[in-house]
Design a protein around this ligand. Structure first.
Ligand code: AMP
Ligand code: ZN
Length: 470
């Protein structure tokens, strides 16, 4: 049973599909005007863990992540660079997908771009106009009338009824009737340059919030299971999404809302505007790997703040090499005799205890730090055990099962990047023969020859292994 914290009810609740065996998930995606920073990737890594845990529990997932490719920032960037909006955003869309791969984040099922869904957004705004919950102001923009939607504030748990008078007074200097009203459609302005679409309210472009309501309902239906984002999305973005969708359909929009806490630097939210950010590329250039960065991003509970520090990346490197050493040994031992495919067999009892704890942890509101603790329990258990091929295979099966959620372990066939050249492999084979014949002088000579080619040989009770030096 998978339990998660629902921001809407402020309770931990069971997550089970509204229909069939599939969880329908909408995640707010990137605004493609720049490279995403690792704060953004904390949110995407959390959503990746979420989708992996859903699948770990035998449910299917249908995830939709939007790409915001039209807003103030993208328009400003494109016009400043003197290029078409689509050309400008393409660079950052491509970079985003490359970065997701580096972090081993599973792709969503659909990545709708806002500019491909303008008719759907116009139709939704029209529906809200027809229902009398939206109005066009003198400047030509269309706004949502917040006071016409009684549930406004239910996600943020704010009682707007008691604040309305104040809001109305403050609204005098705006084109809006109420300062809380938000734009559904923004009238074209000089600074928009060539960007704009025709609509029943004149030339303009959609507001950010309507994007997500229109695209989520198009791909997931009017009511769906789960909606996520960083905590900064909760208000007003997600509150507004609920208002738009529920005012238009009269139905519940989303059952469960989940939000991750921020990645911080020295106690402050990592953000473009604060200028305190690292992109994934910045960290890769410093020599850290996508796997190490993923480890740091997921190894803090998603609802607690995560303070970014380079020490954490160093610790991740050490932890991962402990896992690698254990899994490499198991893989070597597993090959020592053909004991058949154990993946389908239930793990032996020693290994089922850490797996049970792991399962309990991930199902308890995605407690990944606790899940890692069970994984290291398994590492310690294996390191302290004499292994035969069968046991090694079974332990490997448990690591593989855990890695369906974590996505940080390299199993043998995934180590393409450290493929051993044929020349080195041939020397290794000769050395194995020499050692079998107890010809230690020849074994040492071959070790030096291998070292001269840039590879270091290590001997252990399970045989020899090789790693690239430096
Ligand atoms: P944006 O491109 O700013 O719309 O943000 C994309 C996603 O990243 C949203 O889900 C944000 O809530 C999330 N996000 C932005 N900054 C951070 C941060 N420092 N830590 C965690 N999530 C963030
Ligand atoms: Zn959104």
């Amino acid at each position: 049973m998978m339990n998660v914290y629902n921001s809407l009810t402020r309770r931990v609740e069971e997550l089970k599909p509204l229909e069939g065996n599939e969880i329908r998930l909408y995640t707010c995606g990137p605004t493609v005007y720049n490279f995403a920073h690792i704060g953004n990737f904390r949110a995407y890594a959390f959503e990746d863990i979420l989708r992996r845990v859903v699948q770990f529990n035998g449910m299917k997932i249908r995830q939709v992540m939007n790409l915001t490719d039209v807003d103030d920032k993208t328009i400003r960037g494109a016009n400043a660079a003197g290029v078409a909006l689509t050309d400008y955003t393409k660079t950052y869309k491509d970079a985003f997908f490359a970065d997701l791969k580096k972090l081993n984040i599973q792709p969503a099922e659909v990545y709708p771009a806002a500019t491909d869904h303008i008719p759907e957004m116009i139709a939704l705004v029209q529906k809200l106009m027809d229902k009398g919950v939206a109005y066009q102001s003198e400047d030509g923009s269309v706004y949502f009338k917040v006071r016409e939607f009684p549930g406004y504030g239910k996600l943020a748990h704010i009682d707007f009824d008691n604040q309305r008078t104040g809001l109305r007074c403050a609204a005098d200097e705006y084109d809006k009737e109420n300062v809380g009203d938000f734009a559904l459609w923004k009238a074209w302005e000089e600074s928009d340059g060539p960007v704009g679409w025709d609509s029943p309210w004149g030339r303009g472009r959609p507001g950010w919030h309507i994007e997500c309501s229109a695209m989520s309902m198009k791909y997931l239906g009017e009511t769906f299971d789960l909606h996520t984002g960083g905590i900064d999305n909760l208000f007003p973005h997600h509150e507004n999404e609920i208002a738009q969708a529920e005012a238009a359909t009269g139905k519940e929009f989303v059952r469960t809302w989940m939000h991750c806490a921020h990645l911080r630097v020295n106690g402050e939210k990592m953000s473009k505007s604060a200028g305190n950010f690292f992109t994934l590329r910045d960290l890769l250039e410093k020599g850290y790997t996508g796997r190490e960065i993923r480890y740091v991003l997921i190894n803090a509970h998603y609802r607690t703040g995560l303070n970014f520090a380079f020490d954490a990346l160093e610790d991740a490197r050490k932890s991962l090499s402990r896992i690698d050493a254990c899994v490499d040994r198991l893989a070597r031992v597993a090959k020592t005799s053909s004991s058949g495919d154990s993946a389908s067999r239930l793990p032996r009892s020693e290994f089922s205890a850490p797996l049970a704890k792991f399962t309990e942890a991930v199902n308890d509101d995605l407690n990944i730090p606790k899940a890692f603790a069970s994984l290291f329990e398994l590492v310690r258990m294996c390191n302290g055990m004499e292994m035969d091929a069968e046991a090694a295979n079974e332990a490997l099966g448990v690591f593989k099962r855990m890695d369906e959620v974590l996505g940080v372990i390299f199993f043998e066939n995934e180590k393409k990047e450290v493929e051993v050249p044929a020349e080195v492999q041939s020397l290794l084979d000769q050395r194995a023969e020499a050692r079998k014949a107890k010809n230690w002088a020849e074994s040492d000579r071959l070790r030096d020859e291998i070292a001269a080619l840039g590879w270091a040989v290590k001997d252990s009770r399970d045989g020899q292994s090789v790693a690239k030096k430096g």
